[in-house]
Structure formats: structure tokens, C-alpha cells
Design a protein around this ligand. Structure first.
Ligand SMILES: Nc1ncnc2c1ncn2[C@@H]1O[C@H](COP(=O)(O)OP(=O)(O)OP(=O)(O)O)[C@@H](O)[C@H]1O
Ligand SMILES: [Mg+2]
Length: 460
């Protein structure tokens, strides 16, 4: 039996005893370990073999650990590197992180902590390559709208998609409105072996209940008053491919019963027909309703729930993955400015901050609409914060640092005082219960010219 390939770790430190100890510990945990006493040795090994991760002491003989890290990254940019630092050298630790270290640990290190970080780094690496594989797959073969997934949560979703896509299992996608359920449903189909076969979608909420059954299963001519022709129905159209039943929570109990039968027996009868039709269809469903609660309330069949719930994929709300906001915003900005033929370069940093602070109750769809509106109305090539999101959602003072908000208030107050006194600083001082000299100083400090207020009535 060939043993499974072990994950290989390179450890670089100039302390031989330390190396021996760490080698034993990591090997006991199931890793293959190569040690190097100095940077030259390390670089030679790196060029000869591939490692999954490196642990490097910050203080080495010739170079420091950070330049060694940079050298390694010039050979293998994706290798996660953990830096060990002497206790208290926080500045170098920060520098190491900035230059691309996965994380740092203080020496003397805690072996459990090191192991945990190694596992985390490896898992992270695995997800990254999985996401790249999936993205590559989608991009390579299809004109597929990009799925933005920077956050750990979304990466896990994509990871799950790539793992479950090849099987024929029923997928159940749930999450708040606007989180991307339709996008993910399509991604499952495109990442499956059925990708070249039909993809049929049906929104159960958009079709009147009386028509839903015939939409799904078709009907014979004359099956009901309006049935002038026979109709194959969505399940038949989706044969060999995938059917996506969106808003499944809106399906009536009687249609649910029929759907259950299709899932169990892989066949159905069109309305008005006695002949069952056999189909090979993969079913994906989605809902933003709490189906479990509906099962409890008796409005959704429990047996159907378990049938469709085989592989649940939860789409997290945008407020729980704010890291995705900047990429999504840029993605939509590019898309919209192309569509509207406007040459828009980006968002101002205040605008981006506003996006980051917003709670996004409408999730990605709300973000998309927000960017679309901004692109439509802007007259500049950079989107400014004034035109992003209605102010009722986000009081502007929330975006202003405390100090600046106070300064803005003081200046506004002085301006109103001087407007009222028509630029008379003495009177303004009296109203504000300040000494006249202090009032002059304040006015000067805020760059206000009392002369500007003298002729205010005449100017109007
Ligand atoms: N990760 C993402 N990357 C790029 N675009 C996204 C992403 N998530 C959602 N979108 C876009 O946001 C919009 C809303 O997504 P979608 O229609 O899939 O949401 P939904 O969960 O089905 O919402 P609802 O429950 O209201 O039907 C779509 O235009 C979709 O393309
Ligand atoms: Mg939807």
C-alpha cells in the first residue's frame, strides 16, 4: 500500500536543538519535516522540492527571516509562511505580516498553537486552490458571470459547490433575499457533468398556483379549459439536465405532493394523461423562507423537506461578510460603467467607507442597485459619498470623526451667529456670551471673514 503523501514543512532556524525538537513534534503530528540551519540551505531545498508550508525564525545568521520569506515567495508565491519572533519584537512581526507572512508566533512558542496555525494555514491553502479551480472551471468553459468570494464564508460556499456539483444529489439553497441563491444554483449546474444539458428554472412564487402544476409536469390537449395544445412541462424540458425550483416555500401542499412523487419515483404524469413519463433530472431548490418553521406549522410537507434538503447550502447575509463589499462594489462598478458607457475609475474612499458601514438588509442585490444608481447619476469619474445610499440610511455625522464633527458644528454655529448679526462680531460675542477678543480669535481660527456677512441682504 502506498502511504498517503504527507504534507511537507520546511523549518528554518539557526538553533540546532530547537530544530531537532520541532522536527520531532511536527513529525508526531503527521507532517514530513525538513530543517535548515541557515538561509542558503533553505533556498537550496526550496528550489529542489516543493513544500506546503515554511516556519522561519525571524533572526537568522546572514539575512533576516523576512528577506528569506520574500525570497521563498519569489520562488513559490502561494506558500504560507509562519514567522517565529523573539518576544516583544512586535514591529518586525507587523512588518512580516505586511510582507506576506501567514501569521507570526512569539518565541518560546506554544507547540499547540503552532500546530493549530499550521492546520489553519493548510486548510486556507486548500480552500484557495479549490476556489481557484472552481473559478477556473467556470471561467474557462463558460461565459459565466463572476462570483465574488473573498470572505472565508463565501469561499466555503464555493468549496461546497465544487464538491457537491458532480453528484446528482438534490441541493437546497437558503439564505436571505438578495444573497445570491440564483447565482449559486446556476454555478452548481455549470460545475456538474450536466453542464451541457438543459438548465430550466421556475420561480414558484411568480406563477399562479393553478398554472404551476401544468408548468411543472405539462398537460395533454384538453386537460383543462385553456389547454388548447399539449405542453411538455418543465420537468420534461429539463430531462438529462437540472431544474431549479426557486421560492419552493411558495408551492401549495397539493403541488408539493406531486413533486415528492417525482423525486421518489423519477417519473410523473402530465395533467390529463394516464401515461407516466420517466425523467433524469437533478433538482436544485431555493428559498428565503424558514422551511423548518413551515414544516412545524404544517404548510410545508415534512417528507418533501427531507427529500430536498439532502445538501443544504446556506448563503450568509452580506453584513456577515463585509470583506466581500469592496470587491463586489468594484465588480458592479465595472459592469455598470461598461453597460452605461461611462468611464468611471472607482469610488472615493469616503464612498467605500459608507458602503462598509451600511448594514445591507437587501444584501448583494441592494449593493448592486446602489452602485447602479450611483453610476447612473454621477457626473464625475470617481463616485463620491454624497451620491451613495440615501442619507436617511446613514446619517452623515456617523461617517465623520468626532473631532471633525465638533469642528464642523462650531464653524456652522459661528456662521449662523454672524449671519444673524450681519457680520457684527461684538454683537455675536454678546449673544454667544463670549468676550469680544475671544470671538475674534474664534472667527479667525475658523477662517471666517465677518466682512462676508455685512452685505448679506444686499447680495440677495
Ligand atoms: N457573490 C456574488 N458575486 C457577484 N454577484 C453576485 C454575488 N451574489 C449575488 N450577486 C448578484 O446579486 C444579485 C442578487 O442575487 P440573486 O438573484 O442570486 O439573489 P437571491 O438570493 O436569489 O435573492 P431572492 O431571495 O431575492 O431571490 C444578482 O444580480 C446576482 O448576480
Ligand atoms: Mg432568487
Amino acid at each position: 500500500m502506498t502511504p498517503l503523501a504527507l504534507k511537507k514543512i520546511l523549518v528554518v532556524d539557526d538553533d540546532d536543538n530547537f530544530l531537532k525538537l520541532i522536527k520531532i513534534r511536527l513529525e508526531l503530528s503527521g507532517y514530513e519535516v525538513v530543517t535548515a540551519l541557515n538561509e542558503d540551505e533553505a533556498v537550496i531545498r526550496i528550489k529542489e522540492e516543493t513544500f506546503d508550508l515554511a516556519v522561519i525564525d525571524l533572526r537568522l545568521v546572514h539575512q533576516d527571516g523576512i528577506s528569506l520569506m520574500e525570497e521563498i515567495h519569489s520562488i513559490n508565491p502561494y506558500m504560507p509562511i509562519i514567522i517565529l519572533t523573539a518576544h516583544g519584537s512586535i514591529e518586525s512581526a507587523v512588518e512580516a505580516m505586511r510582507k506576506g507572512a501567514y501569521t507570526f508566533l512569539n518565541k518560546p512558542y506554544d507547540p499547540d498553537e503552532l500546530l493549530m496555525q499550521i492546520e489553519k494555514a493548510m486548510e486556507n491553502q486548500r480552500l484557495l486552490s479549490e476556489v481557484k479551480r472552481l473559478e477556473g472551471l467556470l471561467k474557462e468553459k463558460y461565459e459565466f458571470e463572476n462570483i465574488i468570494a473573498r470572505s472565508e464564508k463565501m469561499r466555503r460556499v464555493l468549496d461546497l459547490v465544487s464538491r457537491v456539483a458532480p453528484s446528482d444529489s438534490t441541493v437546497y439553497i437558503f439564505g436571505e433575499s438578495g444573497t445570491g441563491k440564483e447565482l449559486i444554483a446556476k454555478a452548481v449546474h455549470l460545475a456538474s457533468d450536466r453542464r451541457d444539458n438543459p438548465y430550466v428554472t421556475l420561480n414558484c412564487a411568480a406563477i399562479p398556483e393553478t398554472l404551476l402544476e401544468s408548468e411543472l409536469f405539462g398537460h395533454e390537449r384538453g386537460a383543462f379549459t385553456d389547454a388548447k395544445k399539449s405542453y411538455a412541462g418543465m420537468f420534461a424540458q429539463a430531462n438529462t439536465g437540472t431544474i431549479f425550483l426557486d421560492e419552493i416555500g411558495d408551492m401549495s401542499l397539493s403541488t408539493q405532493a406531486k413533486l415528492l412523487r417525482v423525486l421518489q419515483e423519477k417519473q410523473f404524469k402530465p395533467l390529463g394523461s394516464g401515461k407516466p413519463i420517466e425523467v433524469d433530472v437533478r433538482v436544485i431548490t431555493a428559498t428565503n423562507k424558514d422551511l423548518e418553521a413551515m414544516v412545524g406549522a404544517g404548510t410545508f410537507r415534512e417528507d418533501l423537506f427531507y427529500r430536498i434538503h439532502v445538501i443544504p447550502i446556506e448563503l450568509p447575509p452580506l453584513r456577515e461578510r463585509k470583506e466581500d463589499v469592496p470587491l463586489l462594489a468594484e465588480h458592479f462598478l465595472k459592469e455598470m460603467s461598461q453597460r452605461m458607457k461611462k468611464d468611471i475609475k472607482g469610488l472615493s474612499s469616503a464612498a467605500m467607507q459608507k458602503l462598509m458601514l451600511h448594514a445591507w438588509p437587501g444584501n448583494v442585490r441592494e449593493l448592486k442597485n446602489t452602485i447602479e444608481q450611483a453610476v447612473a447619476i454621477t457626473r464625475h469619474d470617481v463616485i463620491s459619498e454624497e451620491i451613495i445610499l440615501p442619507t436617511k440610511d446613514l446619517p452623515p455625522e456617523l461617517l465623520t470623526p468626532y473631532k471633525k464633527a465638533v469642528e464642523d458644528f462650531k464653524r456652522g454655529y459661528l456662521v449662523r451667529l454672524l449671519e444673524f448679526t450681519k457680520g457684527n462680531v461684538g454683537k455675536a460675542a454678546e449673544l454667544a456670551q463670549k468676550y469680544r477678543a475671544d470671538m475674534y480669535n474664534l472667527v479667525k481660527k475658523h477662517n471666517i471673514n465677518p466682512e462676508d456677512f455685512k452685505d448679506i441682504d444686499k447680495q440677495k
